[in-house]
Ligand binder design. Structure first.
Ligand code: 6PG
Length: 236
């Protein structure tokens, strides 16, 4: 399914539009099914969105007790490490919203080997969601076209029999754990959230298909699929 593109004038309006969309999606899911399952993106781009969600009026518009927060991927570092996606989300939003601690499902990166972390996280997803799909799955876009920690030319791209995968990312000299395409594609809604001029080149390569087969291009969401970006990332 092709993505519907939402292009906003600048990063501030992008964050506001994404926060409004996040709230609307959360409220609709909670009204319909009594729960909102969301997987957060890591990296730096979504930090402003998370900060916005922790402020009025967005903070009060979501029944956080009915939200379950997961992470699309994580670096295999301690949750207190500056590279941790959990730490980024915790400081930007989680510590500032009334969400039950039991509803925040970080990847247990301190629990040992990456393979064990991936296995445990898949079990947690299964136990908490009981086979339900994510209501919203947020992704960032790397300059090489990766999403979550599905990096080009890695075996994680080909995992179809598990909800998670673990991989060593040579260029970052780091181990990662990531959700896999089956989970991402099955989400009720996928948003790729892109901001800044630094992403204009990869967005252009993808849009013009100057490059093909990138991890983000192998996405095939079965349901709603959006690209939220600012004009700088869209090359406008
Ligand atoms: C991570 C992310 C990764 C990120 C992209 C974009 O753990 O780094 O999950 O997929 O979303 O690399 O990162 P920026 O938002 O920092 O550009």
């Amino acid at each position: 399914m092709k993505a519907e593109k939402k292009i906003l004038p600048d990063s501030a309006s992008l964050i506001t539009a994404a926060a409004e969309h996040f709230v609307a999606t959360a409220r609709a899911a909670i009204a319909k099914r009594g729960v909102f399952y969301v997987a957060l993106a890591g990296g730096s781009t979504p930090k402003g969105l998370y900060q916005k969600l922790a402020t009025s009026p967005y903070l009060e518009q979501i029944d956080w007790a009915r939200v379950h927060l997961f992470f699309g991927d994580e670096r295999c570092v301690a949750p207190t490490h500056d590279d941790s996606n959990f730490k980024m989300a915790r400081t930007a939003m989680i510590d500032l919203i009334p969400i039950p601690a039991a509803n925040v499902h970080r990847m247990p990166t301190e629990s040992g080997e990456p393979a064990e972390v991936a296995k445990r996280y898949a079990e947690t997803m299964q136990t908490v969601m009981d086979g339900a799909a994510f209501d919203l799955l947020l992704l960032g876009l790397g300059p090489d076209g990766h999403i979550a920690s599905l990096f080009p030319e890695t075996p994680a791209l080909d995992v179809t029999d598990s909800l998670t995968a673990h991989l060593y990312v040579e260029k970052f000299d780091s181990w990662r754990v990531t959700m896999t395409y089956p989970v991402i594609n099955a989400a009720r809604q996928v948003i790729v959230f892109i901001a800044g001029e630094a992403k204009a080149a990869i967005v252009n390569d993808i849009t013009t298909e100057a490059v093909t087969g990138l991890p983000v291009q192998r996405l095939a969401p079965e349901n709603d699929y959006y690209w939220f970006m600012d004009k700088a990332a869209a090359g406008q």
